[in-house]
Design a protein around this ligand. Sequence first.
Ligand code: ATP
Ligand code: MG
Length: 400
Amino acid sequence: MELLSHVIATYHEVALKGGNRGFFERALVRNVRTALDGLPVAEISVPSRIVIRFAAPVAWVEVHARLATVFGLVGILPAVRVGGTYQQIEDHVATHLDELRGGTFAIRCHRSDKKFPLRSEEIARRLGQFVKDHSGMAVDLSAPEVTIHVLVQSDGIFVYRKRFTGAGGLPVGTSGRVLALLSGGIDSPAAAYMALKRGTRAIFLHFHSAPYTSDASVRKVEEIVRILNRHQGTSQLVIVPFGDCQREIVSRCPEALRVVLYRRMMLRVAARVARRMRCHALITGESLNQVASQTLENLAAIDRVAHLPVLRPLVGMDKLEIMQYAERAGTFEISILPDQDCCTLFVPRHPSTAAKMRDVEEAEVNLDIERMVADACAAREKERIGPDWASSETPIALQL
Ligand code: ATP
Ligand code: MG
């Protein structure tokens, strides 16, 4: 098992231009710290990249799995700090020459500490000569089999040979707070993952129909939240009983409109919860035309009651793409477990695919909407849920 004391993480310069740099970096460092919770982190500094120093050697697989969940990072480098002089770089490389496998190599040097006496090119040339003389490998700058990277920073010189891709996106917490509606199905966790990837912090909301159904969907959603929380640390899950609302809709409204009416009721409740929890948008896993309730007409009928933006990150994706994102998010395996969520309760045989606003509004005249929304909100429960690292041996946020 590979152990190491330093890891360097890089982020994308373009996002840092202008006055937002400090805000972005602080959020990123905070999220790195959260992701490494429980590991012996001694210090995190940001001279130009994020340098993480551990108080005791840690397993690379563990650190890699954790850092691969941090949105905003583009590169993760298992590095060795070799000291502060050129000679120390050479001494370090000398003791690892027998690990280099290949016929060709290149040295890549980046010097952010402009006070260092040697320029990048000189370091690369001298070290290249040294490796060539002592390893028998030939220099190939365009397609080397082995690359030795040297970073000269104000806090020391680092050497690394491998670079792993980070999760990309923006640091969680830099794009505001959203309320993500999770059903327990495949799609909504993928949608929440994408919202987190764009830098939002998410609170989660689940409607269940217990005691009319089992509470299996609640257990599933708790599990899904634990997985998604790898990207943001502890968060809140709001659980709302929805069976009574459904029963009223079933007993008072036309069967074909049920699904649209359920959704409108869900969004009203969600919008109210969002306002109370200071969320600025709702996130759903709807795609266009995937099922009866997701035609453009029905989405329009659903949106009218929301009073805040309803973001649908999956709108342009087909089912296979959504499944890939769910795999990447690590939620797919949980989502496919069988359960009875509230959508399986009182499903009409022929749901309307193009609900007319007039019909919908006419049907809702039979409902005491304000009371139903207030009752559902009042019955909500909240749970604080932490991240689950137990099942993350391998990085789960690789780029497609
Ligand atoms: P999913 O795979 O997420 O269940 P779906 O393709 O089954 O989505 P619908 O059943 O039409 O689609 O649900 C659309 C969206 O409405 C879901 O993606 C989710 O965001 C939200 N939603 C549906 N049911 C619930 C629920 N029980 N609790 C919270 N949100 C829900
Ligand atoms: Mg569903």
